[in-house]
Design a protein around this ligand. Structure first.
Ligand SMILES: [Zn+2]
Length: 440
């Protein structure tokens, strides 16, 4: 068979995620254009595709690109500016005042470029972002060729991006109108959190979500204080209020969901809500630990996010996934929960489904977009390779990412970004980032 631009990647192991719990050994993947054209035993593919450009990865595991289900990419520039504080003080005393002073198109572009470089070299090929000046985040993602879902963020107070809820929505929708047909760019409605958005605005967002078929990306029940304040102010828990306002549904991505009671979990299940679990941010801000075992038992889908660099402080989904797996075992007393394949699924296909993108990404399947990561397992820390997926989750790190393909295009090889333009812009941004050191 021939396809003019076909590339055949042969790897020692492939974890396709679909079908579940499978590791293919000495197999290959044929890419043509931005798609996966074939997957099969290496020998057969070499015979069938003799003219395809060939990449041989003899010690490597291929997985689908990771989906970072919650981040604020541009906050890379605020990394290290508010450490060792609980969420309320972190937001009110550090982050919001800094953002009020610093936010601009340039700030968001520069922060997003740094974040994209970090994420891509960590195996993340798609990220679900919530921040201001979203067009600048899209520009950064496009520089690398990454897939992004940007939120039309809404808050009830002004920032340099917008003056209030109406302007946030209008500007967000304007950006969507301009960019909606752009490849690999997606949009969500982004009411920041139940405590920063009013009832009428949440109702309006629910209406827009239904009219425009847009996912809703919202922080929910991150801290005990948030739940207590909601009970005091609204007489109900945040999720109950969101359900009444029409915000909950299968298109909703509830970020954090740390402080849940049994009724909350039942609500999430009833409405088909997806959860974005961000364990490092929750631990670092001392918010708590999300009840993932109970969510699992109820059948609520849980994907994984890094949150922003100011509260994590790494955009490292593999590390996040390892912590998620260890926490669910440790807190439940059941070591069989979240086995390695399920953890890999949470950081790929579950994230893709939460964004409504499972037809495009999330598994290495014929017809899907070729977003692929290769991990080089030839490292004393990983030998012998008894179970490559278990090694990936429990022993490997992002330093083992060797190659990345975005939409069939090699963008990272031997840990280096290939594109000279991307490298030039990254270098310029890194130079400018010196200006942001120790913002007061
Ligand atoms: Zn967040």
């Amino acid at each position: 068979m021939t396809a003019p631009d076909a590339e055949l990647i042969i790897a020692r192991w492939i974890a396709p995620v679909e079908p579940d719990n499978v590791v293919l050994e000495n197999h290959g993947i044929v890419l043509a254009g931005d798609r996966i054209l074939a997957i099969g035993p290496a020998e057969g593919l070499i015979q069938d595709w003799p003219h395809a450009r060939r990449t041989v990865l003899p010690n490597h595991l291929l997985t689908p690109g990771f989906v970072n289900l919650h981040t604020h990419a541009a906050m890379a520039l605020l990394r290290g500016t508010g450490d060792d504080l609980a969420l309320e003080r972190w937001l009110r005393e550090r982050i919001w005042p800094l953002e009020a002073r610093l936010l601009s198109e340039q700030f968001v572009f520069d922060g997003s470029v740094l974040a994209c470089a970090e994420m891509l070299r960590s195996g993340i090929t798609c990220f679900n972002d919530m921040y201001f000046f979203p067009e600048s985040t899209v520009q950064a993602a496009q520089l690398f060729g990454m897939r992004v879902a940007v939120a039309m963020v809404v808050l009830n107070f002004p920032t340099p991006w917008a003056s209030g809820p109406d302007e946030y929505l209008r500007k967000g929708l304007d950006v969507r109108d301009r960019l909606r047909d752009t490849a690999r760019v997606h949009f969500t409605l982004g009411p920041h959190a139940p405590y920063t958005v009013s009832d009428p605005t949440l109702r309006e967002i629910a209406k827009l979500s239904a009219e425009l078929s847009l996912p809703i990306h919202i922080h929910v029940q991150e801290t005990a204080t948030e739940v207590a304040e909601s009970l005091a102010r609204h007489g109900r828990r945040p999720l109950v209020r969101l359900a009444e306002l029409g915000i909950l549904g299968p298109e909703t991505i509830a970020v954090h969901a740390v402080h849940l009671d049994a009724a909350d979990i039942a609500l999430l299940k009833q409405y088909g809500v997806h959860v974005a679990h961000c364990p490092h941010s929750n631990l670092k801000l001392a918010s708590g630990i999300a009840p993932v075992a109970a969510l699992n038992a109820a059948g609520v889908p849980v994907g994984i996010g890094t949150d922003g660099s100011a509260s994590n402080n790494r955009l490292d989904l593999l590390a996040e996934a390892r912590t998620a797996a260890l926490l669910v075992k440790g807190t439940s007393g059941d070591a069989t929960l979240w086995p390695a394949h399920q953890t890999l699924r949470a950081m790929t296909l579950t994230g893709a489904k939460a964004l409504g993108l499972e037809a495009e990404i999330g598994s290495l399947t014929v017809g899907k977009c070729a977003d692929i990561v290769a991990f080089d397992l030839d490292d004393p820390a990983l030998l012998p390779v008894t179970d490559p997926v278990a090694h990936l989750i429990y022993a490997a790190g992002r330093e083992h990412v060797s190659d990345v393909w975005l939409a069939g295009r090699p963008v990272v090889q031997k840990r280096q970004l290939l594109d000279p333009t991307t490298n030039r812009v990254l270098h310029e941004v890194a130079g400018r980032a010196g200006l942001w050191q120790t913002p007061k």
